[in-house]
Design a protein around this ligand. Structure first.
Ligand SMILES: Nc1ncnc2c1ncn2[C@@H]1O[C@H](COP(=O)(O)OP(=O)(O)OP(=O)(O)O)[C@@H](O)[C@H]1O
Length: 473
């Protein structure tokens, strides 16, 4: 986080990124223009807006897009908190006034910044949970493959630290572990808004820990993870081999557990199979409840697709959903990817989504993936080639239109075709934050349904990548 002096510059950059992304509509930009950055406290940027209405807008409709833009502008994960300052309405240069430059708001004094920090700290608390609004129990489909994990997750959210502690959920990629973690956080907070929840992927935890040592901020780091009621830690397997971080996590875990605070952990493997973890750590993972998630059966896959379609207001025949569900069986992320492609194609061509269209669109997408070895290097190499750019440029900070598009497509394909986590993908693309990858992913999904060129680029590249992987690269 830069010094407060630089905050105005970085804020201006974030506003540019946000505007360029097209995520915020014309009328809504007024809210952004009225927003003033006040300063930074503990990784949280404090923003002031003139009304509750504007605050509500930033915190709900604009939350994801703004967080992503800020993170990109700062070059590190950033949260924001919003405070209402009615005097901004009069002082904001809504109508630029060349004659009265003195009307421009004066930069806040240190006292004002501190006061705003105090006012905003409650908001920052809510922000710190970092939960994806889409991953709730309402959007989670229950089937025999995840019934037990779902029940355990609900029990933990209803009575943190009193049902099972820790709750350890394990299973293959794309089977809903992250979704369940976030759902626990949402539900626990809906039952008791004062519950302090924090979600973190173990790779972010590692980076945060390393940065805290570098910046001599160990205390703030410990506060972040120890002063919570529910700690949700995703993909614990990534701590493997990171001795110091593991040690830190061990103490975090003990502190929370001793203080009767809930810990929920996910992993790709059961504790016993987690190599590179000390026995004392593995045995703690088994103190509470272990539960796995399995690949969903056909009925559950169809139900998941139906729910996704309903949530997106898409009208799709059951025959189409059955067809997609019958062809993709192991990974729910891939199942969603197939649905997106089919509906994007139908939308672009103004055609109804029927089975023959699904068969046609997915003919290359659904291939026997056995033996395929799709690596991020392969994806980056093929994407760079396709757009006639270099891999270095893909990973650089260059934000020219061609590169932004190529980079976002490559990130999207890494997410869809490999099992890499969001932070890992961000790291591969020049040390970007995981929210940048999330943004790219969403952007390309949306663009595929709106721009034929994007749809074609993604389809063509997927085919090339799968082809290369099949023939051994
Ligand atoms: N039972 C379910 N109902 C609805 N959607 C689901 C369900 N299970 C998974 N999904 C969706 O599938 C996608 C992948 O799930 P998620 O990211 O939670 O998987 P994961 O097990 O954490 O994978 P990874 O180990 O790769 O991080 C998400 O979009 C999620 O919403």
């Amino acid at each position: 986080m830069p010094e407060n002096d630089d905050i105005t510059d970085v804020w201006a950059r974030a506003v540019d990124i946000l505007t360029e992304s097209g995520d915020i509509g014309g009328a809504q930009r007024a809210f952004i223009r009225l927003t003033r950055p006040l300063g930074a406290v503990d990784g949280t940027l404090l923003l002031a807006v003139p009304s509750d209405f504007a605050k509500d807008f930033l915190e709900t409709r604009a939350r994801v897009a703004l967080t992503e833009a800020l993170t990109e502008a700062f070059g590190a994960a950033v949260r924001f908190a919003v405070t209402v300052d009615p005097t901004l309405e009069e002082t904001s240069p809504r109508v630029p006034s060349a004659e009265t430059p003195d009307d421009a708001p004066a930069p806040p004094t240190p006292q004002e910044t501190r006061a705003a920090a105090r006012r905003a700290s409650a908001v920052a608390e809510a922000d710190a949970a970092r939960l994806n609004p889409k991953y709730t129990f309402e959007t989670f489909v229950i089937g025999s493959s995840n019934r037990f994990a779902h029940a355990a997750a609900t029990a933990v959210a209803e009575s943190p630290a009193r049902a099972y502690n820790p709750l350890f959920i394990y299973g293959g990629s794309g089977l809903g572990k992250t979704h369940l973690l976030h759902a626990i956080g949402h539900y626990a907070r809906s039952l008791d808004p004062s519950v302090r929840v924090r979600y973190v992927n173990s790779e972010e935890f590692t980076n945060d820990f390393i940065n805290s040592i570098r910046d001599d901020k160990a205390e703030a780091f410990q506060r972040r993870y120890r002063e919570v009621d529910v700690l949700l830690i995703d993909d614990i397997q990534f701590l493997q081999g990171k001795e110091q971080t593991m040690e830190e996590f061990f103490h975090t875990f003990n502190t929370l557990h001793n203080a009767n605070k809930q810990v929920v952990i996910t992993s790709d493997l059961a504790p016993k199979q987690l190599n590179g973890f000390e026995d004392r750590m593995r045995s703690r993972f088994e103190w509470g409840l272990l539960t796995d998630v399995q690949p969903p059966d056909l009925e559950t896959r169809i139900a998941i697709l139906r729910k996704k379609a309903n949530n997106e207001n898409l009208e799709i025949d059951d025959a189409v959903l059955s067809y997609i569900a019958s062809r993709i069986s192991t990974n729910i992320r891939e199942l969603e990817g197939a649905l997106i492609r089919v509906t994007a194609f139908a939308n672009l061509n103004r055609q109804p989504v029927d089975e023959s269209l699904a068969v046609m669109v997915l003919k290359d997408f659904i291939t026997d993936t056995d033996g395929e070895d799709i690596t991020p290097t392969l994806i980056m190499g093929q994407t760079a080639d396709y757009f006639s750019v270099s891999i270095d440029a893909l990973c650089s900070a260059d934000r020219s239109r061609v590169l932004v598009n190529a980079r976002q497509i490559a990130m999207y394909l890494c997410r869809e075709l490999t099992e890499l986590s969001l932070p890992k993908i961000g790291q591969l693309f020049g040390g970007r934050d995981h929210t940048t990858v999330m943004h790219a992913n969403r952007k390309i999904r949306e663009q595929m349904a709106e721009k034929r060129s994007t749809f074609n680029q993604v389809t063509e590249l997927t085919n090339r990548i799968k082809q290369k992987a099949r023939t051994g690269g």
